[in-house]
Design a protein around this ligand. Structure first.
Ligand SMILES: Cc1cc2nc3c(=O)[nH]c(=O)nc-3n(C[C@H](O)[C@H](O)[C@H](O)COP(=O)(O)OP(=O)(O)OC[C@H]3O[C@@H](n4cnc5c(N)ncnc54)[C@H](O)[C@@H]3O)c2cc1C
Length: 506
């Protein structure tokens, strides 16, 4: 019989919150009921820090350091471990019999990681207990005829009631449990191979701990676009200042969202695309995506706040806002079932058939797009917004993605890769869905959309406020990389060729 002490572990990943956190709630309940000690942990996987692909990028490292420090200090004991997750659990199970509570995710990397850890624990006297969190509706939702949904509107209709009724788990009290007192066999501090530990004591301030974490995870900021095209973003961009940190913990995120719910949501539909308003008024959208990415709040809590004050059946704006939250669900549902979408077009007719621009001109144009030097003013303003803030307005995301793929003829995967590296709110499912939508290769069966950057600017930034805010003072590019009319014709040809050369008949 094992004589190892039993230990309940809450493994935090992207759920930095106390309200509606099922894994944390049930870990605390389990620890109290079974009289076991609780150990909350966060694991920094070096794979995400060192490799050029899937790298969490400089802005997110800075932000992660901040929210992790803030969250960790809310517990009497919290361990930040640096290592491959299986190695971390290998160490822990040498000393303890562990039960690990997690909120599960739908992203391919997370699913693979959890499967590996689960397999390891099964063989080593441990157990992983997971809760659906990142997808609030049933991942196995099918239509009346038993088929999986591939189009948003019918999916929304089907899951609407389920989403509105999705329950919220009560807030936990982190003081109400016994914590592990110090580890008998402490991990060594610092790098090298194996598992390292970021040590901190309760006297540390959030800022001090954030700086300590950041120093450890701060490395070169590279972007591997393809196997033979790598960009050093530290050189190409410099380090973003990230001036707009709207919130860095649950309390601040909730407060910001309540303000949106009280003062802006009733104009959401009519104002959400207005880049000018965004520039002068700190935005007519909620800007809650960063909180959702890191789980400072859950979508279920947002939905409760909204319906606690407004009736989506009576307000088109509120209905529209809830629908956007369901878009997020939809993209997660799709990616869960079709993980290959991260690299492959949803529509079969466009798989390997579009002749994207390659070679040095494409690479040069791509870097100019990143730097905000395409010569299309609204595009360049948006690219400066993302470079400086790690965030971009939704309308701008649609415009810059359309220009990259249609006007510049560059593969949507390149754009997806850059966004993956820089966005504070990076969400693989929404990012992929957005890129596939903009490249007209995704689930939505609409005809090829080619945004005209000039009419987009007139329509959504008619006073030029957004451009004035984000373009640098010395911006002086007069000619676009390619004239819009010519680009449009080339794009139409590119898609026509792809369709004609598809192996299947459409
Ligand atoms: C090319 C491209 C890439 C994108 N990458 C991401 C990404 O990595 N992470 C991300 O969260 N969103 C992404 N989006 C979707 C959208 O741009 C952002 O969710 C939105 O701009 C966030 O701002 P907000 O919180 O103020 O949104 P609001 O308009 O206030 O909407 C509230 C929430 O609804 C969800 N939502 C809104 N619009 C969309 C949408 N089109 N698709 C999916 N969910 C939506 C988001 O969770 C958002 O936070 C991308 C869109 C495009 C076109």
């Amino acid at each position: 019989m094992s004589t190892k002490e039993k230990l309940t572990i809450y493994w935090c990943r992207r759920d930095f919150r106390l309200l509606d956190n099922p894994a944390l709630y049930y870990a605390i309940e389990d620890s109290n009921k079974n009289n076991t000690k609780l150990l909350p942990i966060f694991i920094l996987d070096p794979k995400l820090l060192e490799e050029d692909r899937w790298n969490i990028g400089y802005p997110r490292r800075r932000y992660l350091a901040q929210i992790l420090a803030d969250f960790a200090l809310q517990f009497k004991k919290f361990e930040i471990l640096v290592g491959n997750p299986v190695d971390v659990f290998h160490k822990l199970t040498q000393e303890y019999k562990v039960k690990v509570y997690v909120n599960s995710d739908i992203e391919p990397y997370s699913r693979k990681r959890d499967a590996e850890v689960s397999q390891f624990l099964d063989k080593n006297n441990g157990k992983i207990i997971s809760f659906a969190d990142q997808l609030s509706v049933d991942k196995d939702t099918v239509s009346g005829t038993g088929t999986r949904y591939g189009v948003f509107s019918p999916f929304r209709k089907k899951v609407w009631d389920e989403f509105i009724q999705a329950p919220v788990v009560p807030k936990v009290d982190t003081a109400k449990c016994e914590y592990l007192e110090g580890t008998k066999n402490p991990y060594y501090e610092g790098g090298g191979s194996g598992v390292a530990k970021i040590k901190f004591d309760s006297g540390l301030s959030v800022e001090d701990l954030a700086n300590k974490i950041f120093t450890i995870i701060d490395t070169n900021w590279n972007l591997r676009v393809t196997d033979d095209f790598k960009i050093n973003l530290d050189e190409v961009l410099g380090r973003p200042k990230i001036t707009n940190i709207w919130y860095s913990n649950e309390k601040e995120a909730l407060s910001r969202f309540r303000d949106f719910n009280d003062n802006k949501i009733l104009n959401y539909k009519s104002h959400r695309d207005n880049l000018g308003a965004d520039a002068v008024d700190q935005g007519q959208t909620s800007r809650i995506s960063v909180a959702l990415k890191w789980g400072l709040v859950s979508t279920r809590t947002l939905k409760e706040i909204v319906i606690g004050k407004h009736d989506p059946k009576k307000s088109n704006d509120v209905f529209h806002f809830i629908s956007e939250l369901i878009w997020r669900e939809f993209y997660r549902y799709e990616l869960f079932h079709l993980p290959h979408l991260l690299n492959t077009e949803y529509q079969a007719k466009y798989q390997n058939t579009i002749q994207w621009k390659r070679g040095s001109e494409a690479q040069d144009w791509f870097i100019k797009w990143i730097q905000g030097k395409t010569g299309y003013r609204v595009v360049d303003a948006a690219m400066h917004q993302i470079a400086n803030e790690g965030w971009m307005h939704n309308r701008s995301r649609m415009i810059v993605a359309s220009i990259l793929t249609k006007n510049l003829g560059i593969d949507w995967r390149w754009g997806q890769e850059y966004f993956r590296s820089i966005l504070l709110d990076l969400d693989e499912a929404s990012n992929n869905g957005g890129w596939q939508w903009a490249a007209s290769v995704g689930a939505d069966p609409k005809p090829i959309r080619i945004f005209n950057p000039y009419t987009q600017a007139e329509k959504y930034d008619n006073k030029g406020l957004y451009q004035a805010k984000h373009l640098p003072a010395d911006y002086n590019i007069q000619e676009p990389l390619i004239e819009h009319k010519k680009a449009r014709e080339e794009a139409l040809q590119r898609y026509k060729y792809a369709k004609e050369n598809s192996v299947r008949d459409y």
